[in-house]
Design a protein around this ligand. Sequence first.
Ligand code: SF4
Ligand code: SF4
Length: 97
Amino acid sequence: MNVNSKPVLEEPKTVFFAPISHPSPGSVGKTGTWRTHKPVVDLDKCTGCLICWLYCPEDTIIRLENDKVSIDYEYCKGCGICAHQCPFDAIQMVPEG
Ligand code: SF4
Ligand code: SF4
């Protein structure tokens, strides 16, 4: 290496985060039947920050094309973590009716 040459810096790598679990039927069927409350997303409040998507332990937050979100009610267990984590109060837990 030429001692007068500047060190070549590597381009920073882009790191993508994504849920590592994926919903599938349990031994008693689809886990959405376990819910007593369901998360409802207010798309007018949702900014598409995807924090709920990162925190959902069941991977049942669905990313829409604009990064806003909807819920996979077939597998969402209604734990409420998404509503608790949303910094914009865009998810409300409502009783199953
Ligand atoms: S955390 Fe809230 S604002 Fe962010 S994507 Fe989820 S619902 Fe939208
Ligand atoms: S209530 Fe729990 S399981 Fe359902 S979408 Fe929110 S974080 Fe995921």
